[in-house]
Design a protein around this ligand. Structure first.
Ligand SMILES: Cc1ncc(COP(=O)(O)O)c(C=O)c1O
Length: 356
């Protein structure tokens, strides 16, 4: 039997760390980057030259295919510290799998899952001092891949770069959000790219989000199906409802990103004996539940905020108000559970944590 071992990652450390310059009490999201990044290049049918190098710029050819035809995908994940200071990752294997699902949809090269987890682990280990100390804060990890062929013409690139950098982020005190049900633009349709974390999906969502914000809302609820009646997601999160005790989340039908938080929430809830239904849910059902006083909770799920409670929902000319967050049971408990697993205060019953 032959065992194939992942190639060694070449490490070039910074001469002088910048970690002492960080103001830990004032961490703007996504603007501060830690000392190192991981890079690997795909050429002639294989990934090679896996390396961790000082964080810095790339140079790009003006004809780099990603700039023209958009083969670009990414992941978003977090590293935290357990109570004893050990760095930990949550569900890194799921992120490794998902970036390859995205790669397949955009006809890009898959990055081996074991090398993905090894790269993330070594990078976070090396930059462990960049994991912020405050409770609820984290080191945000951004794995991504893009096409690098220097060529003009629509075809899949034959070369790619895979990179991971990290950014310390402060506690995410998400205030409850006001949402509007989007009736003009769509994020995704079954058969499109909505199930991939493709960069272009996010570009297409900017205009509807900005129009909603101009009207005083925080984000849109993405709709699909006949007459735009089926709820898909909210902003860049999956969505959950609690209606008369039933926990419902839209079934993944090809248009919905298979969120890792969504999957973990379903696992926790079912383990606790709750019934979680993955099915089609229409806006008419939500309006009827609201009018009958049975719409108990509505929240988004995602890596960044974990839970984002919805306070108000506008559909056409009807504004629906949801119960106060203090009166909710499911969403707040899920947030507490995931935050607890990340810091080691809640048992990692499902083996999601990778300790570094
Ligand atoms: C469109 C979209 N939906 C849902 C999610 C939530 O996914 P996850 O829980 O894996 O962060 C994200 C974030 O990755 C997203 O971009």
């Amino acid at each position: 039997m032959t065992t194939i071992t992942a190639p060694k990652i070449h490490v070039e450390k910074v001469q002088q760390s910048r970690v002492d310059t960080v103001d830990w009490d004032n961490l703007p999201f996504g603007k501060i980057f830690s000392d190192h990044m991981f890079v690997s290049d795909y050429k002639d049918g294989e990934w090679s030259n896996d390396r961790i190098v000082p964080f810095g710029h790339f140079t790009m050819h003006p004809a780099s295919m990603v700039l023209h035809y958009g083969q670009a995908i990414f992941e978003g994940m977090k590293a935290s510290k357990l109570a004893d200071g050990t760095p930990a990752l949550l569900s890194p294997g799921d992120h490794a799998k998902r970036i390859n699902n995205s790669a397949r949809r955009l006809l890009m090269a898959e990055f081996p899952e074991d090398r993905f987890v090894e790269a993330v682990s070594q990078l976070v280990s090396l930059d462990r001092d960049w994991i912020p100390p405050a409770e609820g804060s984290a080191l945000y990890l951004r794995p991504y891949m893009f096409a690098t062929d220097e060529f003009i013409g629509v075809r899949p690139s034959e070369t790619y770069r895979f990179c991971i950098f990290t950014a310390p982020v402060g506690p995410y005190y998400a205030k409850p959000v006001r949402l509007v049900v989007e009736q003009e633009f769509v994020r995704a349709v079954p058969g499109g790219t909505g199930e991939a974390k493709a960069a272009g999906n996010y570009a297409a969502a900017l205009l509807p989000a900005q129009l909603a914000q101009k009207k005083g809302f925080d984000q849109v609820v993405w709709m699909g199906g006949p007459n735009m009646t089926q709820v898909q997601e909210v902003g860049t999160m999956n969505i959950f409802f609690v209606i008369d005790g039933e926990i419902i989340t839209p079934a993944t039908d090809g248009a919905i990103l298979k969120g890792i938080t969504r999957k973990n929430f379903i696992t926790i809830l079912r383990d606790q004996g709750h019934t979680v239904t993955e099915r089609t849910i229409t806006i008419d059902e939500i309006v009827a539940a609201h009018d009958a006083g049975k719409l108990e909770e509505m929240f988004g799920s995602g890596t960044a905020a974990v839970v984002s409670h919805v306070s108000e929902l506008q559909y056409k000319d009807k504004l629906m108000t949801l119960p106060a967050v203090e009166d909710r049971k499911i969403g707040p408990a899920l947030k507490k559970y995931i935050d607890g697993v990340r810091t080691g205060t809640v048992e990692d019953k499902f083996g999601w944590i990778v300790k570094l």
